[in-house]
Design a protein around this ligand. Structure first.
Ligand SMILES: Cc1ncc(COP(=O)(O)O)c(C=O)c1O
Length: 348
């Protein structure tokens, strides 16, 4: 069923989802307390449940993926440190330079394929202050993104993922996963999230993307890490009160919106093949692993986006010749049928 307050087909992002009637009902029923005082039962339930799911000791509920990553980066580093990540990583591209402003850290960028670093690339990107005659910053954190957003929703193979963590550890670096869409990766690869994240120190998990909650991310890690993260959340102004209303939406998403991600992935496959069959688009089908489709356009992408918009379909152009289509909770088979008909009419 389509539970979206507009009849437009909105492919801009999976962040556009709105709480379903059942999710709103769960929020309505939520028991709440004062989370700054540590007694909101629904927040506690969410934090404990997510930590257990990911095989970590503790969790911290925060307002956004950006806040979760910022707190993690700040907790793992001290000013003068360096963070290793892929050149397309969200923490580098789209989080306002928080790594520099909030952490005083620099970034060592890795130039990888589809946003997925290799262990060898990570090894050669880590620079240590020690032994450099004080020339280098101190490479102290490796951050991976799974799925990789700008990589096209691509997923790490588990062996590579494990090996990156081992390389990082061997070089004395902490490890953080930006898992904004980690459940998409788990559904696509069939690897359970606790196994996937086994060798990593912290994970940021978003509920306001494919899982369809209005707000919220949970940062998980060891109890000692989360205790320090709790203080940074406070200093960043992220302590909140009756947050159980929002945690209830996230709990509802865990119960109802994880397994269904496979439907989004199937619809993404269908859309990718359909676009690739049209002369206007080229899609590397091997990169369509989860809920995103990046298509090269045979003409200005901005004009493609405008034409679709005039026909009630929204998406982003990410460069002069590239569009992105993101499938989510509110995209139905009927929407895909309609999109196919419009695409044939415009570009067939
Ligand atoms: C990979 C990734 N990490 C982090 C974020 C940040 O999430 P938020 O928008 O909740 O701050 C996003 C947002 O789309 C994302 O795609």
């Amino acid at each position: 069923m389509r539970e979206y307050s507009s009849d437009r087909i909105d492919f801009r992002s999976d962040t556009v989802t709105q709480p379903t009637a059942a999710m709103r009902e769960a929020m309505h029923r939520a028991s709440v307390g004062d989370d700054v005082l540590g007694d909101d039962p629904t927040v506690i339930e969410l934090q404990d449940r997510v930590a257990a799911m990911f095989g970590k000791e503790a969790g911290l509920f925060v307002a956004s993926g950006t806040m979760s990553n910022a707190i993690a980066l700040r907790t793992h580093t001290v000013p003068g440190d360096e963070i290793v990540c892929d050149k397309t990583a969200h923490i580098y591209r789209y989080e306002g330079g928080g790594y520099a402003a909030l952490c005083g850290a620099s970034i060592a960028l890795v130039d990888s394929e589809s946003g997925l670093m290799t262990p060898a690339q990570v090894r050669s990107a880590v620079r240590k202050a020690e032994g450099s005659g004080s020339h280098y910053p101190n490479g102290s954190l490796v951050c991976v993104e799974n799925t990789s957003n700008l990589g096209g929703g691509s997923c790490y193979e588990q062996e590579t993922f494990d090996e990156i963590a081992k390389v990082a550890k061997s070089l004395g670096c902490a490890t953080h996963i930006d898992g904004a869409r980690i459940f998409n990766a788990a559904i696509a690869t069939g690897v359970d999230v606790s196994r996937m994240c086994e060798h990593y120190d912290s994970v940021s998990i978003c509920f306001s993307k494919g899982l369809g909650a209005p707000v919220g991310s949970v940062l998980v890690g060891s109890s000692a890490f989360i205790a320090r993260a709790h203080r940074w959340r406070k200093m960043f102004g992220g302590g909140w009160r009756q947050a159980g209303l929002l945690a209830a939406a996230c709990l509802h998403a865990l119960d109802n919106h994880v397994e269904r991600l496979i439907d989004d992935h199937h619809r993404a496959q269908r859309i990718a093949k359909m676009l690739n069959d049209l002369p206007m688009f080229t899609v590397d089908l091997s990169t369509v692993q989860t809920n995103m489709i990046y298509a090269e356009t045979n003409g200005p992408a901005s004009e493609v986006v405008e034409k679709y918009a005039r026909h009630g379909v929204d998406m982003f152009d990410l460069s002069a010749n590239r569009i992105r289509v993101v499938v989510h909770l509110h995209i139905t088979d009927e929407d895909v049928d309609r999109f196919e008909a419009i695409s044939h009419e415009l570009f067939g």
